[in-house]
Design a protein around this ligand. Structure first.
Ligand code: UDX
Length: 436
């Protein structure tokens, strides 16, 4: 099948190569000529494991091409995915002007039946709105062209997007006609996953509600963790015991410094705004957001309590990306911890396997170290902010030898208390108590 994907950002590019792996012919479209130039050379502007090598392989095979011209990409494509950005407006609602521009352009150029698929996360009713926009363009041109608009939300997690695309828990297809449903079934024919066939509006809500409940699970556990800290209970053990109940499930129960990234904060905010505009106050979402907002401050307050004060203290900050295996800093907890540490009078030396330069630009006072061992030199405390695999394999004895102090703050509940303490260090976790 010939497929066009509009937008070569994170969602667009991972969608393109994943569809390419299913045997389809892909054309990626982006208005940014620099981006397109790089992609044509097989250079991926973001970090996502496995994606760059797939781009290079598919380019060499001729099954993947890129262009800046939507007009050029449309005639051959049977299916057109819209995967452009939907950033938040100041009131929390998503800014749909990129989606609008693409829909209008599609209406300006199509001449035969197309299935237009919304991949971008968009409010309920957007598929209908996109249909209206295209129809208006067709009316303006005085032509009759059949088309369908489908909502097919993505559930890819950064850092493991290819794995998620190969083995999704489900594929959600909100189609408005039998013809579109069949076309989309052909698109995903080679994926072994349950398909939910539903209406576009239902599909749009499935995406928001899925991300909102995952974010809520995290905030719930962060609240439980704070209570555990008071009661000398280990929240990791609590999560293990809860997660074995199939009704709860083991995932997204890890307490820490809060969720970040390009989706959860934006999508919870957008769903809350959707409730507001419908006259419904979604107080659960408001609390999910509040707990997440407060979590970095709570971690810093605990560090202050444990260390007496942060004034003049040297902190080794491990991890800057919002989660491991990505270079994404959007809504990263590290960006919230850094100003709090500085305001409390601490000096910070940070390290991250992938992303350091943008942090240095934003926080010139932060020292950047090549690795955890360099960051730990003369440090009073180590603070783990992103649980990269390399940090989980740290030689804590080596760290201990280099440090001035003996405290390890695990803001991701990802380290082994035993290993840290066997090195003569004192462990602190979010609602987890070390033996010291
Ligand atoms: C998320 C959704 O999982 C994905 O389905 C959607 O399409 C896009 O948004 P992503 O933002 O890539 O994916 O990351 P995810 O792995 O979901 O983690 C989000 C945040 O929650 C991260 O900051 C992570 O560190 C945090 N998190 C996750 C926790 O704090 N605790 C957990 O138990 C799980």
């Amino acid at each position: 099948m010939k497929i066009a994907v509009i937008g070569t950002g994170y969602v667009g590019i991972t969608t393109s190569v994943s569809l390419g792996e299913l045997g389809h012919e892909l054309i990626g479209v982006d208005i940014d000529p620099e981006k397109v130039k790089k992609l044509k050379q097989g250079i991926l502007p973001i970090y996502e494991p496995g994606v760059e090598s797939l781009i290079q392989r598919q380019l060499a095979a001729g099954s993947l091409t890129f262009t800046t011209s939507l007009k050029e990409a449309l005639p051959d494509a049977e299916v057109i995915f819209i995967a452009v950005g939907t950033p938040s407006l100041p009131n929390g609602e998503p800014d749909l002007h990129y989606v609008e521009a693409v829909a209008r352009e599609i209406g300006t150029h199509i001449n035969d039946y197309k299935v237009i698929v919304n991949k971008s996360t968009v409010p309920v009713g957007t598929a209908d709105w996109v249909r209206d926009l295209i129809e208006r363009e067709l009316e303006r041109r005085h032509v009759k062209v059949e088309f369908d608009v489908v909502s097919n939300p993505e559930f890819l997690q950064e850092g493991k997007a290819l794995e998620d695309a190969r083995h999704p828990d489900r594929i959600v297809l909100g189609s408005s006609s039998q013809r579109a449903k069949q076309t989309m079934q052909t698109v995903y024919a080679n994926v072994n996953a349950p398909i939910i066939h539903t209406s576009p509006r239902n599909a749009e809500m499935i995406k928001y509600a899925s991300n909102a409940i995952l974010a809520t699970k995290i905030s719930f556990m962060n609240d439980i963790a704070k209570l555990c800290a008071h009661l000398s209970v280990d929240v990791s053990e609590v999560a293990k015991g809860m997660g074995l109940d199939q009704r709860i499930g083991p995932h997204f129960l890890r307490a820490g410094v809060g969720y970040g990234g390009s989706c959860f904060p934006k999508d919870v905010e957008a769903l809350y705004a959707l409730g507001q505009s419908a006259g419904q106050e979604m107080s659960i979402l408001r609390d999910t957001q509040r707990i997440n907002r407060e979590q970095p401050g709570w971690v810093i307050a605990q560090m202050e309590r444990e260390l007496g004060s942060l004034k003049g203290k040297k902190i080794a900050l491990l991890g800057l990306a919002f989660k491991p295996n990505t270079d994404d800093l959007r809504e990263a907890p590290s960006l919230k911890l850094l100003p709090l540490l500085h305001a409390a009078g601490a000096t910070v030396r940070a390290t991250d396997p992938i992303v350091t330069d943008p942090v240095k630009e934003q926080f010139p006072k932060v020292g950047i170290a090549a690795d955890a061992y360099e960051a730990a030199l003369d440090a009073d405390a180590v603070l783990l902010c992103t649980e990269w695999a390399s940090f989980l394999k740290i030689d804590w004895k080596r760290i201990r030898e280099r440090m001035k102090g003996d405290r390890v703050f695990d803001a991701r509940n990802a380290l082994s208390i035993e290993k840290v303490e066997a090195a003569g260090l004192r462990y602190w976790g979010v609602g987890r108590k070390g033996s010291a």
